[in-house]
Design a protein around this ligand. Structure first.
Ligand SMILES: [Fe+2]
Ligand SMILES: [Fe+2]
Length: 134
């Protein structure tokens, strides 16, 4: 049983988005396993960089759809993405400064992603569908 099993509740029903969310949940599980296995600092560092890259890629995909489909909540949603990106950046900086941030990163990932997918991402689904996406 993974640390955070994927569940149907997390599905927004738009295939491309669900695939990306699944990968983010998978990354969360990978971090959990790295911590359990006592991964070294370099491995955690590489993980955090990969997490940052994939998160930004996913946010850009969503934000381009918001622009294309004229989503009215674009501003607030992009702000939430921006705040999360800053939190990951700050964890990377603290890691580079010698702190152990793995557990904090794990808690942030699970807590933020779960809330964001269930509340903030799900809020765009009706608008997307009304404009032919999904
Ligand atoms: Fe998302
Ligand atoms: Fe989002």
């Amino acid at each position: 049983m993974p640390f955070w099993p994927w569940s149907q509740e997390l599905e927004v029903g738009i295939r491309q988005i669900d695939e990306q969310h699944k990968w983010l949940v998978d990354l969360t599980n990978q971090l959990h396993d790295l911590i359990e296995d006592g991964a070294d600092r370099e491995t955690i560092s590489q993980f955090l960089d990969a997490l940052m890259d994939y998160t930004m890629y996913h946010f850009i995909v969503e934000e381009e759809l918001f622009q294309r489909l004229g989503y009215p909540e674009t501003e607030g949603h992009c702000r939430a993405h921006g705040r999360f990106t800053e939190q990951i950046m700050s964890l990377i900086e603290r890691h580079d400064a010698g702190e152990a941030v793995g557990v904090e990163a794990l808690e942030l990932l699970k807590g933020w992603l779960e809330h964001h997918i269930l509340k903030v991402d799900k809020a765009y689904v009706d608008h997307f569908r009304a404009h032919g996406v999904g």
